[in-house]
Each structure stands twice: as C-alpha cells, then as structure tokens.
Design a protein. Structure first.
Length: 348
C-alpha cells in the first residue's frame, strides 16, 4: 500500500514563484500531495528570497539564483531517502518565497491632531501626512515574527501596524531633529529624515527596512499659522523698520476695506488709516534712529509731534480715500462732507 502511495506521488522538478498582482510579501509553495524530486531545481529570481522550513524549523535561506536540490545539499527529500522505511517519512518540508522589492507609496497620516512638546510654545498640536517605501531584508525574521505558516501574506495586512509605528514615533522624531515647531513646515525633508532615523530600529525588529520617507505637509494650528505668516513677512523686509511698518499697514488694509458696521465707522477707519500711515513712517524713522544710538527722548518727542499734526499730503490722501468710499455708495454725502470739513481744519 505504501509503495502504491509513493508511485502516485507527483514529483516536483522545479520550485519557483512568478509573483502575480501587487502587494504580496510572502507566499508558500503548494507542496500538498507532491514531493521534491532528487536533483530538482529551486529558482529564486531577483527581488525574491526563499526559505526552506523542515520539521517546523527554518533549514536554510536562499537568495537570487538557481539551486540543484539533492540529499547532499539539502536534507529535505523525504521519500527518496527513506526506501528502507517503506517510504514512510517522519519529515515534512515547506518552501516560502518572500518579495524583497520596494513596496512604494505607503500612506501615513495623523487622523487626529497629536500633541508634541516644543521649546518655544510648550505643548502644541499638529497634523502631518506623507508616504514611505519599505522592503523585506530579513525573510527569516519576517517569517517567524509576522507572516508565519500562512499561504500568503500581503502588504494590506501589514500597513495598519506600520502606520501605527510611524505615528508612535513622530513626537520623538521632532524632538530629536531639533527643528523648532514654527520651522517644521519649511523643513519637511529634515523632518522626514529624523522620522526615518527614529523608525529604522523598530522596522528592523520585523525584518523590514525603510527605503524612503516623505513628509508632504504639516498642518499647524490656526493661531500659530498666523505667527508663522508674520515671521515670514518680517523675514522678507529684514531689519528695515520702515518696510516693516509698510508691511503691517498693508496687512491692515483688507480689514479697513471689509468695514465694521455703519458708514461712519468705515470713514473713521479710513481716516485712521491715513493717520496710521503718517504715524507709522515717523515711528519707523525713530525706531531706526534708536537702533543707531540716537537719543530716546528725541524719538518720543518726534513721535508725539507726528501724532498731533498730520502732514498735508497725508490729509489729501485720506480725502481721496473718502471720495472713493462716497463714489462706491459706502459713505453718504453728509458723512463725506462732515469728514472732509474735519480734515480740512487740520490744514490750518
């Protein structure tokens, strides 16, 4: 009976795997009802590795190449080495293939804002998104720790675990990078490098390696985004305080245009804008003089004088603004006349 069972066996000439589809990390060669023929071939292609498991233990790991299997090179040819036992073998062998190519465009992100520590702002919350690429570098470790004896193991089954590792290490990555919170958005490459460095030892425990890590965006809280915008604006004007005051005035113009209620309020804003321009120019001059070591008392006196008396050019500019508001129907004729009379008195 044992002899007939042996004759009915199908003997395997070639063991190989041609990966179909996308996203398969581990695949078990179907050995059920078949045995390896003495002198058979094991084919391992580039971007693959193969693991032989004999009696439940990993016997050997094969890189790319073609291997001739014999009882001398690999002691897993069960029936052929047990003729004296009527072909009853106590051994069982399996062959597992692993894809070692890069698994690209793996997404990661923070579903909810996470809290990190920052040296400037203390505890702050952020959201970040990006992608990464990884590959299997230690199939033996990946087999024992992750894929096990399953017929197939895919990227989709692993991605949740890997995404969790990324999120778990973001805070440490930011801390180790030394990048101030406000500079994160302009240093995404450095942030990604720090995150990859933080993840490398964790991935190695699974037999994996990060090949590429990107941070595509960092979303800052609204209040800190405003600070960042102001910092960028100041960086554009440098130490020129006159330009800085012009920048601040330009930032305020949209608010004046929006209006805050009735026509008189808008007119007051427009008048205030004209005064602000003049006062801002003098403030800029005095601040610059202060930086150069001029007398502080003189700066205060000049500032007070500017606040008390507007230049004719500034008054005329304000009148032009009021005229535009009247032409657009924002100011009534009476409101325009009242403001005009008030400004003309200042020319005296």
């Amino acid at each position: 009976m044992a002899l007939m069972d042996f004759i009915k066996k199908q003997f395997i000439d070639v063991i190989q795997w041609t990966e179909e589809g996308d996203g398969t990390l581990a695949w078990r060669f179907p050995m059920a009802g078949m045995e390896i023929q003495n002198g058979g071939q094991l084919v391992v292609r580039e971007s693959q590795m193969a693991v032989f498991v004999n009696e439940g233990k990993i016997a050997d790991v094969f890189g790319p190449g073609t291997y001739k299997l014999t009882t001398q090179t690999l002691p897993v040819l069960t029936y052929l080495k047990n003729w004296d036992k009527l072909f009853e073998s106590p051994f069982k062998s399996d062959v597992y293939y692993f894809s070692t190519r890069q698994q690209i465009d793996q997404k990661w992100g923070t579903p909810q804002p996470i809290t990190i520590r920052d040296k400037d702002f203390g505890a702050v919350r952020l959201r970040a998104f990006g992608n990464y690429a990884f590959r299997i570098t230690d199939p033996k470790l990946f087999h024992t720790e992750i894929s096990g004896t399953r017929e197939e193991y895919t990227v989709s089954e692993l991605e949740g675990q890997l995404r969790g590792l990324v999120l778990q290490n973001i805070s440490n990555a930011i801390a180790s990078s030394g990048i101030p919170f406000l500079d994160l958005a302009t240093n995404l490459m450095e942030f990604a490098k720090a995150l990859r460095t933080q993840l490398d030892p964790e991935m190695a425990k699974l037999g994996l390696k990060i090949e590429r890590m990107t941070v595509q965006s960092v979303s800052l809280p609204e209040e800190l985004q405003k600070i960042l915008d102001q910092k960028i604006g100041m960086g554009m004007v440098g130490n020129d305080m006159g330009k800085f005051m012009q920048y601040q005035t330009a930032q305020a113009i949209p608010k004046f245009a929006e209006g805050g209620g009735g026509g008189s309020g808008i007119a007051g804003d427009a008048m205030g804008l004209g005064a602000g321009v003049a006062l801002g120019q003098v403030l800029a001059q005095n601040l610059q003089a202060g930086l150069q070591g001029n007398n502080q008392a003189a700066a205060h006196a000049a500032t007070a004088q500017a606040a008390a008396t507007l230049k004719p050019d500034d008054i005329l500019a304000t009148l032009e603004k009021l005229g535009e508001l009247k032409a657009k129907g924002i100011l009534s004729e009476d409101e325009f006349a009242a403001k005009k009379a008030e400004l003309l008195k200042k020319l005296v």
